[in-house]
Design a protein around this ligand. Structure first.
Ligand SMILES: [Zn+2]
Length: 376
């Protein structure tokens, strides 16, 4: 039976699992009570870490605004009004933006619960959460389309139960199954794209329900929310960014070799030069923080090849920066020269370069010619 915590309780929960069970049950009660106008649970702030509103919805308190000292000082169970008072007296004077910092946010994608279950582990370090660090949680959700063949013969309800036992995050099944055996190319109605792809949902003619019995070849739709400790999430984001940069580097190198005939290509990430920022600004001035952001967000690649060195920059499409080549736009692509902004920025897009010239091949040839001419 559900026992609500009382104002003034010193140690309302013995473990994180207790806290989770309380929060989850309170949320269930809040939902049964229905719409936003019917919630009648008292607003509570617990553990100096979470607020639970009249509908039992859980939100985390401003993680960066509050310190460990605040969390220990605050009563373990307080009303929202008491928390507000505490915030105004102790936190706001530290110069933090006022009420925005009261509550951080709810993480995880619906209907995943925004705090991890006790058995869920951090997707980066494999560690868990305790009452002491349960304010330090980041969530990230994505859709996955796994092959459900291994569950053939069981219902989607059973599959959800199996997935509920996973520890690497929370899984929520959508009522959407794709199977090639349902592909119907004869269908012409407005939803025919679903028929053509063999997709059935809860809204299609043959509706998918929780009682759907999984068939060999069924592909499901799952919302997978992973949870991270704050520091682990930062590492995860950094690793993800590095992987994206690596993928772009590889893609550029392949592109230059295959489309342009360049050899021994190496691509490294460089810093976008001020002269390119000046072109982008076109005479405008922007505040220093915006300028710093622009520099950070404009990808710039230094490229060395057997044929010569140059650079590429992404601004409204990829451009070659010819500065290092000693060649001008007119020397590489004469038909583009009348349209160019200056003598050293050349659009990669063949269409933009008039006459349908193959820009990249022209650059490779021009560099090769220059190299030959330089030889004694
Ligand atoms: Zn971790």
């Amino acid at each position: 039976m559900f026992t609500d915590v009382q104002i003034g309780d010193k140690t309302p929960f013995a473990t994180y699992a207790d806290f989770y069970a309380w929060a989850k049950e309170r949320s269930a009660i809040g939902q049964i009570q229905g719409s936003a106008y019917q919630g009648n649970l008292p607003n509570l702030v617990v553990l100096g870490r979470y607020a639970s509103d009249i509908h039992g919805r859980i939100s985390s308190l401003g993680r960066l605004a509050l310190t460990d000292n605040d969390r220990t000082q605050m009563p373990a169970v307080m009303t929202w009004d008491d928390y507000r008072e505490y915030f105004d007296q102790n936190v706001a004077p530290r110069g933090l933006p006022d009420h925005i910092a009261l509550v951080e946010s709810v993480s995880g994608i619906e209907p995943a619960f925004c705090i991890p279950r006790p058995q869920t582990t951090c997707a980066r370090c494999g560690g868990s959460w305790t009452l002491d660090n349960c304010h330090d949680i980041d969530g990230e959700g994505e859709f996955e389309h796994p092959d459900f063949s291994q569950y053939a013969g069981t219902t989607l309800r059973d599959v959800q139960d199996i997935l509920d036992n996973q520890t690497d995050g929370e899984y929520r099944l959508d009522l959407c199954i794709q199977n090639d055996r349902w592909i119907d190319l004869t269908s012409r109605d407005e939803r025919s794209y679903l028929d053509h792809a063999g997709i059935r949902t809860e809204d299609t003619e043959h509706a998918i329900t929780q009682d759907h019995v999984v068939h060999d070849g069924d592909k499901g739709t799952v919302r997978h929310t992973r949870f991270y400790h704050g520091a682990c999430y930062k590492q995860h984001m950094k690793a993800q960014h590095a992987a994206e940069i690596e993928a772009m580097r590889t893609a550029y190198a392949e592109f230059l070799e295959q489309r342009g005939g360049f050899e021994n290509v190496t691509v490294t990430q460089g810093t976008v030069p001020q002269r390119i920022i000046d072109v982008m600004l076109d005479g405008d001035t922007v505040p220093p923080n915006e300028l710093a952001m622009m520099k950070k967000q404009t990808p710039y690649w230094d490229i060395t090849t057997k044929q010569g060195s140059f650079a590429m920059v992404e601004c409204a499409g990829p451009l070659f920066d010819l500065t290092k080549t000693g060649l001008t736009v007119a020397e590489v692509c004469p038909s583009y020269a009348p349209h160019s902004i200056n003598e050293w920025l050349l659009a990669l897009d063949d269409e933009q370069n008039g006459e349908g010239e193959n820009t990249i091949l022209r650059l490779c040839n021009a560099l090769q010619k220059k190299q030959l001419a330089a030889q004694p």
